[in-house]
Write a protein that binds this ligand. Structure first.
Ligand SMILES: O=C(CO)COP(=O)(O)O
Ligand SMILES: O=C[C@H](O)COP(=O)(O)O
Ligand SMILES: [Zn+2]
Ligand SMILES: [Zn+2]
Length: 330
């Protein structure tokens, strides 16, 4: 049993409070390996941004929960070495059971998500409340979810969005005691958020997706003013990465994300945590493919993971400065 406090990590409470007051959002970046961790920390130190480093079920399977926890502990020291102390939250992304949340809390996570959004409402309330009781006894913050995002979410595949029902949010947050609420307003996980048929084209022929449901976000904000809202599925799928990947042998078709202006708009409201994973995957893949295409004789992993890490750092700096507004807030 180890408390995150001994590891120099923080929970999300203060960060969310400041983010709502300041009209910006805290980045929540997923990590699975060393290069991603280095990119996250160095980007956020350089831009002086607080950060949430999150661990998905895929990451736990790939890299091992214990190793990832030690890496996050190392991140705190690494930031100091780089010359600036930033608040770092270690968060469980899409936790699916009480046992998993408990094991993360017991091993030093400072924040957990319990995603009961696929369950019937009363079961979601009961499960979330149980996690909150355990987490709060350890000063760990909890994110719950209402509404289901379309697309693949962990092992659950939903064909259509089930938008968050604004009428449910007051009951859910008061009965569960959650610290933040993830909502479904039309974003989705992965690099294929919209089909080209759902989009229109602007004067340059660039695909513009249909809008997300800001009206639902506004309704939710009216019901629970000042309560921290979380947006999942918030990658923008930068087209330059898609082009680079396809130029160097990749086959990504019709990859469309959430325009960054929309995320800026969300960040200036009660949305105070924005989850970005796919954009990082695209940045790394583009960089690796470019090295492989230009220098097929290369076989030192540092020679392709190094450029991937650099590209990822650039992407994350851009997100904190130009999209979320969290730069300078640490
Ligand atoms: O929501 C996410 C992680 O929980 C990530 O979303 P993206 O797939 O849009 O990056
Ligand atoms: O929400 C999903 C995240 O993007 C992580 O997905 P993953 O389980 O494939 O790591
Ligand atoms: Zn969910
Ligand atoms: Zn998610």
């Amino acid at each position: 049993m180890v408390s995150y406090k001994e590891l120099g990590l923080v929970n999300s409470k203060e960060l969310f409070k400041k983010a709502i007051e300041g009209g910006y959002a805290i980045p929540a970046f997923n990590f699975n390996n060393l290069e991603q961790l280095q990119a996250i920390v160095s980007a956020c130190v350089e831009t002086k941004s607080p950060v949430i480093m999150q661990v998905s079920s895929g990451a736990r399977k790939y890299a091992n929960q214990t190793l990832l926890r030690y890496m996050a502990q190392g991140a705190v020291e690494y930031a100091k070495e780089l010359g600036y102390e930033i608040p770092i939250v270690l968060h469980l992304d899409h936790g699916d059971s009480f046992e998993l949340c408990k094991s993360c809390i017991d091993s030093g996570f400072s924040s957990v998500m319990i995603d009961g959004s696929h369950l019937p409402y009363e079961e979601n309330v009961a499960l979330t409340k149980k996690v909150v009781e355990y987490a709060h006894a350890h000063d760990v913050t909890v994110e719950g979810e209402l509404g289901v995002l379309a697309g693949v979410e962990d092992d659950v595949q939903a064909e259509h969005h089930t938008y968050t029902e604004p009428d449910e949010v007051v009951d859910f947050v008061t009965r569960t005691g959650v610290d933040s609420l993830a909502i479904s307003i039309g974003t989705s996980h992965g690099a294929y958020k919209f089909t080209p048929e759902q989009c229109t084209r602007d004067e340059n022929g660039v695909l513009v997706p249909p809008t997300i449901r800001f009206d639902i976000l506004e309704e939710i904000e009216k019901r629970i003013p000042g309560f921290p809202i979380v947006l999942h599925g918030s990658s923008s799928v930068p087209q330059q990465y898609v082009e680079t990947i396809n130029k160097y042998g990749g086959k990504l078709k019709d990859s469309i994300g959430i325009p960054e202006e929309w995320l800026r708009r969300a960040a200036s409201s009660a949305v105070c945590k924005i989850n970005i994973d796919s954009d990082g995957r695209l940045a790394m893949t583009a960089a690796v493919r470019e090295v492989f295409a230009k220098d097929p004789a290369e076989f030192d992993p540092r020679k392709y993971l190094g450029p991937a890490r650099e590209e990822l750092k650039k992407l994350y700096m851009h997100k904190t400065i130009n999209v979320l507004g969290s730069a300078g807030k640490a």
